[in-house]
Write a protein that binds this ligand. Structure first.
Ligand code: TYD
Length: 211
Protein backbone atom coordinates (compact mmCIF):
# COMPACT_ATOMS: atom_id res chain seq x y z
CA UNK A 1 0.00 0.00 0.00
CA UNK A 2 1.30 3.40 -0.92
CA UNK A 3 1.66 5.74 1.95
CA UNK A 4 2.02 9.48 1.58
CA UNK A 5 5.09 10.53 3.57
CA UNK A 6 4.18 12.88 6.42
CA UNK A 7 4.60 16.46 5.29
CA UNK A 8 7.62 18.09 6.85
CA UNK A 9 6.55 21.06 8.87
CA UNK A 10 8.20 24.37 8.10
CA UNK A 11 10.00 26.64 10.52
CA UNK A 12 8.92 30.09 11.66
CA UNK A 13 11.65 32.45 12.85
CA UNK A 14 11.05 36.08 13.81
CA UNK A 15 13.49 38.91 14.42
CA UNK A 16 12.82 41.70 16.91
CA UNK A 17 14.40 44.69 18.61
CA UNK A 18 14.06 48.44 19.06
CA UNK A 19 14.50 50.71 16.04
CA UNK A 20 18.21 51.09 15.30
CA UNK A 21 19.17 47.64 16.64
CA UNK A 22 20.50 46.72 13.18
CA UNK A 23 18.37 43.63 12.73
CA UNK A 24 17.71 44.10 9.00
CA UNK A 25 21.37 43.47 8.08
CA UNK A 26 21.32 40.21 9.98
CA UNK A 27 17.98 39.07 8.57
CA UNK A 28 19.76 39.19 5.22
CA UNK A 29 22.61 37.03 6.57
CA UNK A 30 20.13 34.41 7.78
CA UNK A 31 18.30 34.41 4.47
CA UNK A 32 21.61 33.97 2.60
CA UNK A 33 22.67 31.09 4.87
CA UNK A 34 19.35 29.30 4.44
CA UNK A 35 19.37 29.74 0.67
CA UNK A 36 22.93 28.37 0.46
CA UNK A 37 21.69 25.34 2.39
CA UNK A 38 19.00 24.86 -0.28
CA UNK A 39 16.03 25.75 1.91
CA UNK A 40 12.67 26.91 0.57
CA UNK A 41 12.83 30.38 2.19
CA UNK A 42 10.04 32.92 2.61
CA UNK A 43 11.37 36.23 3.85
CA UNK A 44 8.74 38.68 4.94
CA UNK A 45 7.99 41.46 7.43
CA UNK A 46 5.39 43.01 9.71
CA UNK A 47 3.41 45.08 9.58
CA UNK A 48 3.19 44.02 5.93
CA UNK A 49 4.01 41.00 3.84
CA UNK A 50 0.87 41.13 1.63
CA UNK A 51 -0.49 43.94 -0.60
CA UNK A 52 -3.27 44.69 1.91
CA UNK A 53 -0.99 44.47 4.94
CA UNK A 54 1.56 46.78 3.27
CA UNK A 55 -1.19 49.40 2.86
CA UNK A 56 -2.05 49.03 6.54
CA UNK A 57 1.65 49.36 7.36
CA UNK A 58 1.83 52.64 5.52
CA UNK A 59 -1.09 53.98 7.60
CA UNK A 60 0.30 52.72 10.90
CA UNK A 61 3.72 54.25 10.25
CA UNK A 62 2.52 57.61 8.94
CA UNK A 63 -1.03 58.53 10.04
CA UNK A 64 -1.80 59.83 13.53
CA UNK A 65 -4.03 57.42 15.50
CA UNK A 66 -4.55 56.16 19.02
CA UNK A 67 -3.06 52.96 20.44
CA UNK A 68 -6.23 50.87 20.07
CA UNK A 69 -6.56 51.76 16.38
CA UNK A 70 -2.87 51.04 15.92
CA UNK A 71 -3.24 47.64 17.61
CA UNK A 72 -6.29 46.70 15.56
CA UNK A 73 -4.56 47.67 12.32
CA UNK A 74 -1.39 45.69 13.07
CA UNK A 75 -3.48 42.65 14.02
CA UNK A 76 -5.65 43.07 10.89
CA UNK A 77 -2.46 43.16 8.82
CA UNK A 78 -1.20 40.10 10.73
CA UNK A 79 -4.37 38.14 10.09
CA UNK A 80 -4.07 38.73 6.33
CA UNK A 81 -0.36 37.90 6.41
CA UNK A 82 -0.81 34.68 8.41
CA UNK A 83 -3.77 33.54 6.36
CA UNK A 84 -2.39 34.21 2.89
CA UNK A 85 1.41 33.88 3.29
CA UNK A 86 2.77 32.42 6.53
CA UNK A 87 0.43 29.47 7.16
CA UNK A 88 0.48 28.25 3.53
CA UNK A 89 4.29 28.53 3.49
CA UNK A 90 4.67 26.56 6.73
CA UNK A 91 2.22 23.95 5.47
CA UNK A 92 4.36 23.25 2.42
CA UNK A 93 7.51 23.01 4.58
CA UNK A 94 9.07 26.42 3.89
CA UNK A 95 11.28 28.23 6.36
CA UNK A 96 9.68 31.57 7.09
CA UNK A 97 11.85 34.45 8.25
CA UNK A 98 9.77 37.37 9.44
CA UNK A 99 11.18 40.80 10.34
CA UNK A 100 9.01 41.60 13.41
CA UNK A 101 5.83 39.88 14.54
CA UNK A 102 3.53 39.97 17.58
CA UNK A 103 6.29 40.60 20.12
CA UNK A 104 6.61 44.02 18.44
CA UNK A 105 2.95 44.74 19.20
CA UNK A 106 3.48 43.93 22.88
CA UNK A 107 6.66 46.02 22.86
CA UNK A 108 5.50 49.09 20.88
CA UNK A 109 1.74 49.32 21.48
CA UNK A 110 1.90 47.65 24.92
CA UNK A 111 5.21 48.91 26.31
CA UNK A 112 5.80 52.06 24.26
CA UNK A 113 2.23 53.36 24.06
CA UNK A 114 1.08 51.83 27.35
CA UNK A 115 -1.83 49.99 25.75
CA UNK A 116 -3.54 47.20 27.76
CA UNK A 117 -1.57 43.99 27.27
CA UNK A 118 -4.55 41.84 28.28
CA UNK A 119 -6.40 43.14 25.23
CA UNK A 120 -3.33 42.46 23.11
CA UNK A 121 -3.25 38.87 24.43
CA UNK A 122 -6.89 38.45 23.44
CA UNK A 123 -6.25 39.77 19.94
CA UNK A 124 -3.18 37.53 19.70
CA UNK A 125 -5.20 34.41 20.62
CA UNK A 126 -7.96 35.36 18.21
CA UNK A 127 -5.74 36.13 15.23
CA UNK A 128 -3.04 33.50 15.68
CA UNK A 129 -5.05 30.48 16.82
CA UNK A 130 -2.02 29.26 18.77
CA UNK A 131 0.57 29.97 16.06
CA UNK A 132 3.84 31.18 17.61
CA UNK A 133 7.34 31.49 16.16
CA UNK A 134 9.67 28.52 16.71
CA UNK A 135 12.42 30.99 17.53
CA UNK A 136 12.59 34.75 18.06
CA UNK A 137 15.94 36.51 17.81
CA UNK A 138 15.78 39.55 20.07
CA UNK A 139 18.40 42.17 19.20
CA UNK A 140 18.95 44.04 22.42
CA UNK A 141 20.88 47.24 23.05
CA UNK A 142 20.51 50.48 25.03
CA UNK A 143 18.19 53.01 23.34
CA UNK A 144 20.88 55.73 23.41
CA UNK A 145 23.12 53.60 21.21
CA UNK A 146 20.25 52.75 18.86
CA UNK A 147 19.23 56.44 18.65
CA UNK A 148 22.74 57.43 17.60
CA UNK A 149 22.67 54.84 14.80
CA UNK A 150 19.24 56.05 13.64
CA UNK A 151 20.22 59.73 13.75
CA UNK A 152 22.67 59.10 10.94
CA UNK A 153 20.24 57.05 8.91
CA UNK A 154 17.10 58.67 7.48
CA UNK A 155 13.81 60.48 7.87
CA UNK A 156 12.12 58.95 10.95
CA UNK A 157 8.62 57.38 10.81
CA UNK A 158 6.08 57.81 13.66
CA UNK A 159 7.88 55.29 15.87
CA UNK A 160 11.45 56.27 15.08
CA UNK A 161 10.56 59.85 16.03
CA UNK A 162 9.76 58.84 19.64
CA UNK A 163 12.08 59.78 22.50
CA UNK A 164 14.45 57.61 24.55
CA UNK A 165 11.86 56.97 27.28
CA UNK A 166 9.53 55.42 24.71
CA UNK A 167 12.28 53.08 23.50
CA UNK A 168 13.27 52.18 27.07
CA UNK A 169 9.66 51.04 27.61
CA UNK A 170 9.71 49.14 24.29
CA UNK A 171 12.96 47.43 25.31
CA UNK A 172 11.63 46.46 28.73
CA UNK A 173 8.43 45.05 27.22
CA UNK A 174 10.49 42.89 24.85
CA UNK A 175 12.55 41.60 27.79
CA UNK A 176 9.36 40.93 29.75
CA UNK A 177 7.95 38.93 26.84
CA UNK A 178 11.18 36.94 26.74
CA UNK A 179 10.95 36.25 30.50
CA UNK A 180 7.40 34.94 30.00
CA UNK A 181 8.29 32.63 27.08
CA UNK A 182 12.02 31.90 27.50
CA UNK A 183 12.02 28.70 25.39
CA UNK A 184 11.12 30.69 22.28
CA UNK A 185 13.67 33.53 22.54
CA UNK A 186 17.38 33.99 21.94
CA UNK A 187 18.87 37.27 23.14
CA UNK A 188 21.47 38.81 20.82
CA UNK A 189 23.73 41.54 22.18
CA UNK A 190 23.30 44.09 19.38
CA UNK A 191 25.90 46.46 20.82
CA UNK A 192 28.71 44.27 19.52
CA UNK A 193 30.36 44.86 16.14
CA UNK A 194 28.34 43.75 13.08
CA UNK A 195 30.69 40.76 12.60
CA UNK A 196 30.24 39.64 16.20
CA UNK A 197 26.46 40.00 15.98
CA UNK A 198 26.42 37.99 12.76
CA UNK A 199 28.50 35.26 14.42
CA UNK A 200 26.15 35.20 17.43
CA UNK A 201 23.11 34.88 15.16
CA UNK A 202 24.59 32.04 13.11
CA UNK A 203 25.76 30.22 16.26
CA UNK A 204 22.30 30.50 17.80
CA UNK A 205 20.68 29.04 14.69
CA UNK A 206 23.22 26.23 14.50
CA UNK A 207 22.71 25.34 18.17
CA UNK A 208 18.97 25.03 17.55
CA UNK A 209 19.27 23.01 14.36
CA UNK A 210 18.07 25.94 12.31
CA UNK A 211 20.91 26.36 9.88
P1 TYD B 1 10.93 48.38 11.04
O1 TYD B 1 10.59 46.94 11.19
O2 TYD B 1 11.99 48.91 11.92
O3 TYD B 1 11.18 48.59 9.51
P2 TYD B 1 12.23 49.56 8.84
O4 TYD B 1 13.55 48.86 9.07
O5 TYD B 1 11.78 49.60 7.42
O6 TYD B 1 12.11 50.87 9.56
O7 TYD B 1 9.66 49.35 11.21
C1 TYD B 1 8.42 48.94 11.60
C2 TYD B 1 7.92 49.83 12.71
O8 TYD B 1 6.62 49.38 13.09
C3 TYD B 1 8.79 49.79 13.94
O9 TYD B 1 9.00 51.10 14.42
C4 TYD B 1 7.95 49.05 14.96
C5 TYD B 1 6.55 49.26 14.49
N1 TYD B 1 5.64 48.14 14.83
C6 TYD B 1 4.65 48.32 15.78
O10 TYD B 1 4.54 49.42 16.35
N2 TYD B 1 3.81 47.29 16.07
C7 TYD B 1 3.91 46.07 15.48
O11 TYD B 1 3.12 45.16 15.78
C8 TYD B 1 4.93 45.89 14.50
C9 TYD B 1 5.06 44.58 13.80
C10 TYD B 1 5.79 46.95 14.20
Amino acid sequence: MNQTPPQRAGRFITVEGIDGAGKTTHVQAVEDAWRSAGRDVVRTREPGGTPLAERLRDMVLHEPMDALTESLLVFAARRDHLHTVIEPALARGAWVLCDRFTDATFAYQGGGRGFDMTVLSQLEAWVQQGRQPDLTLLFDLPPVVAAERLRQARQPDRFEAQDGHFFERVRQAYLQRMAEQPHRFALIDAQQSPDQVREAVLQTLTARGLL
